[in-house]
Design a protein around this ligand. Structure first.
Ligand SMILES: [Cu+2]
Length: 631
């Protein structure tokens, strides 16, 4: 038995996942021909949860998305676990549930056993099918070939390993992209556009497979010791560290979720954020050739960063005293499984926090320490490492690291101009990683207004004879259309989330500032199919009034979608966002112009943005950090 939930926001346990499926099978006749796409805690509505106190009864419910492989019809169910009943059962015609790990594995096995695939590979000199990997990708609606429209389909890349322990992503098989019906689990089209001669690439990164690699021999141990243990406490899913407190959540789609983030100030906990997560990730490849023109991954909406989370037993890569939380997920039969050590919690030294040297008073220096809550996801060839950093000065940094292995293609003749040559007759196409952070900030409460703040240099003239004057222009965003914001380098734009009803000791309204980082333009034709599906990436920031059910910026079901039914649809109503419970949707990421140095494995590309107190405190909140942090 796993522990029953102790708090309404605790993720579903294995027993609860089993119970949700049992209730559905009993009451809705789910046969073996059904697949379960996702089972997730139905988080209590935000305003109901406010009234909950420890010891109060907890009503648990699960949202289940499933579909029948016979007719392909998706259903979304709300299963009231506490009441042992299906509370709602909603057919979702025309929508495709997320892609699943089971389908990925079944496609791989089916294609490797298929005689036509074997013959196509034999024409390319590949005969040992144990060395082949089929990598399924989801479609956008407009790119599905006509005869297969309306079906659940995947297209695949073909890779082959040089030897059993070698990297599959070192050797692409160009000109072969089988199309599969996922419900029938059958090959529809070989997608054979012709043999491309294989090139003698060196795509291996495991040292013993890299010819002639000499490891550095001048690296001595660097150890982090915390002889009295870590400074945080973890009680169930509740985390406390110095002045910070929060609850850790996890689901199949967003992966890590942070709830009820607060900062203790003068004995009381002041709310900063109600819920923080990465809600979508869109990765369009910017190569129109037939090898890549369908390659548009929605890694969260199609695959789920939670489902893709890796056990940090396989490499946590953090130093010091570490606490872990497991994650409970499930397969398409609804059978739960555990990812051991899915979430990592630890502290890091971050150099100097503040310092001043005075000739008479001497030096005062404080070292910065931060709390890190993180998880890692492996989405086929790529890794995404998500870190939330909490600092002693009240700031929060959300950092994402992209690493892993770039998609490559071998070519004959002239290299297409849409990528960088990284190996013999092999190029890595340009692409972008757009991340959409969902930030439900509650700065000292829910009544918040977002202001765009621009730096403006005043013209030289009377009162400003030397042209030095610079002021801040603060523009309140009053409606959702005004809330569609772009980064503005010329004005150094940032956004302040202001609570006009709460004042600091200086008498000014309290605020947190969203300091943009990693902002990137879509660089997409608005009419293009990918932009239609991912209009959320068309703005750096969106602001919406809080709704419990508005969670997915590119729509609830981006798999095989034609248009973005998330942010553009919700904000079309242009609802008021002034002095209300706002949610910020921040778009950031990597404009990945590939480099040879990112092959055969990519050093991390790091992007981040910050949430910084900006008048939330009346002075430096880290004055209280002791000089000697050993005591
Ligand atoms: Cu990339």
């Amino acid at each position: 038995m796993t522990d029953p939930a102790r708090h309404p926001l605790d993720p579903l346990t294995a027993e609860e996942i089993r119970a949700a499926v049992t209730i559905l099978r009993r009451d809705r006749d789910l046969t073996d021909r059904w697949r379960i796409a996702s089972i997730e805690l139905r988080e209590p509505p935000k305003y109901e949860l406010r009234a909950w106190r420890p010891g109060d009864p907890i009503a648990r419910a699960a949202i289940v998305v499933c579909w029948s492989r016979e007719d392909g019809l998706a259903h979304k169910a709300l299963v009231a676990l506490t009441e042992d009943r299906v509370a709602s059962w909603e057919p979702r015609p025309g929508e495709q549930p997320n892609m699943t790990v089971d389908e990925f594995a079944e496609v791989d096995a089916m294609l490797r056993a298929h005689p036509d695939v074997g013959a196509a590979l034999a024409r390319r000199g590949v005969t040992d099918m144990d060395l082949v990997l089929m990598d399924s990708w989801a479609y956008g609606a407009s790119l599905i070939p006509d005869p297969y429209r309306g079906r659940r389909v995947a297209w695949t890349d073909v890779w082959h390993r040089r030897e059993p322990s070698a990297s599959p992503y070192a050797n692409p098989v160009a000109g072969l992209h089988p199309i599969v019906d996922l419900n029938a689990m059958e090959l529809l089209d070989l997608g054979d556009t012709g043999v491309v001669a294989r090139a003698p690439t060196m795509g291996e990164y495991v040292p013993h497979l890299v010819p002639g690699l000499r490891l550095r021999d001048d690296v001595r141990p660097l150890e982090v010791r915390q002889p009295e243990g870590a400074s945080f406490t973890l009680d169930g899913h509740e985390l406390r560290w110095q002045r910070w407190s929060m609850r850790i959540g996890f689901n199949h789609r967003e992966g890590l979720v942070l709830h009820t983030v607060g900062y203790e100030d003068d004995g009381s906990v002041r709310p900063v954020a109600r819920r923080l997560s990465i809600a979508e990730m869109v990765v369009p490849y910017r190569d129109p050739t037939g090898e890549h023109d369908r390659r548009t991954a929605f890694d969260i909406g199609e695959w789920g960063l939670g489902f893709m989370a890796t056990s940090l037993e396989l490499g946590c890569d953090c130093l010091g005293e570490i606490a872990y939380l497991d994650a409970t997920l499930h397969d398409t039969r609804g059978e739960p499984y555990t990812i051991r050590n899915a979430i990592c919690i630890h502290e890091e030294d971050r150099g100097v926090l503040w310092k001043h040297v005075d000739a008479q008073a001497g030096a005062e220096t404080r070292r910065m320490r931060r709390l890190v809550v993180s998880f890692h996801a492996t989405v086929a060839n790529y890794e995404y490492l998500v870190y939330w950093h909490f600092h002693q000065d009240g700031s929060i940094e959300c950092e994402v690291r992209a690493t892993g292995i770039m998609v490559t293609t071998q070519f004959e003749g002239e290299q297409p101009p849409y990528g960088t040559l990284v190996d013999e007759r092999t190029y890595a196409p340009f692409h972008q990683h757009f991340l959409v952070a969902r930030l439900d900030l509650d700065v000292d409460g829910e009544a918040n207004t977002v202001h765009a703040v621009d730096s403006e240099a005043l013209p030289t003239g009377p009162g400003n004879p030397y042209g030095l004057a610079m002021v801040q222009r603060s523009t309140p965003l009053r409606s959702e259309h005004e809330g569609r914001q772009h980064y503005d380098w010329q004005r150094q734009r940032a956004w302040r989330v202001v609570n006009a009803g709460a004042r600091n000791r200086l008498g000014t309204p309290v605020a947190y500032k969203l300091v943009p980082g990693g902002a990137l333009p879509a660089l997409l034709d608005p009419a293009s199919p990918v932009f239609q599906r991912a209009q959320a990436v068309g703005h750096t920031l969106w602001v919406t009034p809080h709704r419990d059910d508005e969670r997915w910026p590119c729509g609830e079901f981006p798999t095989q979608s034609a248009e973005d039914r998330g942010l553009p649809a919700w904000t079309a109503a242009d609802r008021p966002i002034e002095d209300t419970d706002v949610v910020l949707w921040y778009v950031f990421g990597v404009n990945h112009v590939t480099r040879p140095e990112e092959w055969p494995v990519m050093p991390v590309d790091v992007v981040s943005f910050w949430l910084k107190p900006d008048g939330f405190f009346a002075r430096n909140p880290a004055l209280d950090v002791p000089a000697d942090q050993r005591h």
